[in-house]
Design a protein around this ligand. Structure first.
Ligand code: SF4
Length: 312
């Protein structure tokens, strides 16, 4: 019975993938998928990456239409960097709780309290918030960006865990917002200790969005892209992975003979998983939902993103 259901599902997915290929041609569209998307979405993607790589790809593509399979702020970054393209998202409900933990009013109030500080925003922020910041960063370039900023006082939004991690690499005063990623923050020391006991030969690779005490346990700490690269190039054959479960798709693709154990079964971002193949078909057929960023917000947010791109 279960085998029959699986067969039916596979057949459905085959049909949906064929339809997506046809629609992509008709609309001159490209599909960009974040590493945390469902496997079947990553399979149909023209390009897979983290939020920064995908935004860069959006800016450089010749396609007229971008289907952005990720969460809302990522679609916004794509639209900001590619304002003349149509940016579609398969499901409007795909938001990021961490990005929603900071808003413009709160940030303005903090800026007032610290008038000499420069605002560094993790790319996981809304376009509105980006437009109130001096420079953006990603988990891959955060330390370089902070060092490059022309101030010894930094307001950091929104992730307190990543903020804590980067603060260890700078002498600058960091005023850290109290946001966090619901998914990465769930991983505990106990989870990792249990996994290490179960897989003593595995290295623990961890994203700095996890809690500081968990990050401290890492054999390697880095962004999702850095973790993927590290696991691909490492001589080690077995890893305990401390980032979102969808990363397994690229890890297994790159290193089919290595073993990957996710540090808990809770490392799943429900927001990333609301997209599916049916919704990709529908958004291409109906040309919606589309991402819209008001031009006055986009211009200021773009300046913050472009300052980041200039940091070498
Ligand atoms: S994994 Fe965390 S930071 Fe990424 S989209 Fe989900 S909630 Fe936001």
């Amino acid at each position: 019975m279960e085998a029959l259901a699986l067969e039916r599902k596979a057949e459905q997915n085959r049909e949906l993938k064929e339809r997506i290929a046809q629609l992509k041609k008709e609309r001159n569209a490209i599909i960009l998928a974040h590493y945390y998307q469902r496997d079947e979405i990553q399979e149909v993607a023209d390009f897979r990456g983290d939020s920064f790589l995908l935004a860069q790809k959006a800016a450089s593509t010749d396609a007229d239409v971008i289907v952005f399979c990720g969460v809302h702020f990522m679609g916004e970054s794509a639209k900001i960097l590619a304002p003349n393209k149509t940016v579609l998202i398969p499901d409007e409900r795909a938001g990021c709780p961490m990005a929603d933990m900071v808003n413009v009013d709160g940030l303005r109030a903090l800026k007032k309290k610290h008038p000499n500080a420069k605002v560094v925003a993790y790319i996981n922020t809304s376009a509105d918030v980006k437009s109130e910041t001096d420079i953006c960063c990603t988990s891959a370039n955060a330390i370089k960006v902070i060092e490059a900023v022309d101030s010894d006082e930094i307001i950091w939004v929104p992730d307190k865990n990543l903020g804590d991690y980067v603060s260890k690499f700078t002498d600058k005063k960091m005023i850290i917002w109290e946001g966090y990623c619901n998914t990465h923050d769930m991983l505990t020391v106990k989870d990792v200790e249990e996994m290490k006991a179960q897989y003593p030969n595995a290295q623990f690779v961890v994203h700095p969005e996890c809690r500081p005490e968990v990050v401290k346990m890492g054999d390697f700490v880095g962004s999702t892209t850095a973790i993927i690269k590290y696991c691909r190039e490492s001589d080690c054959q077995e890893f305990i992975v401390g980032t979102e479960d969808g990363t397994g798709y690229q890890l297994r693709l790159d290193s089919p003979n290595k073993k990957f154990h996710f540090a808990t079964k809770y490392l799943v971002c429900p927001n990333m998983k609301v997209n599916n193949l049916k919704k990709v078909v529908k958004c291409l057929e109906t040309n919606g939902p589309q991402i819209y960023v008001p031009p006055h917000v986009a211009d200021k947010a773009r300046a913050s993103l472009e300052r980041m791109l200039q940091v070498k």
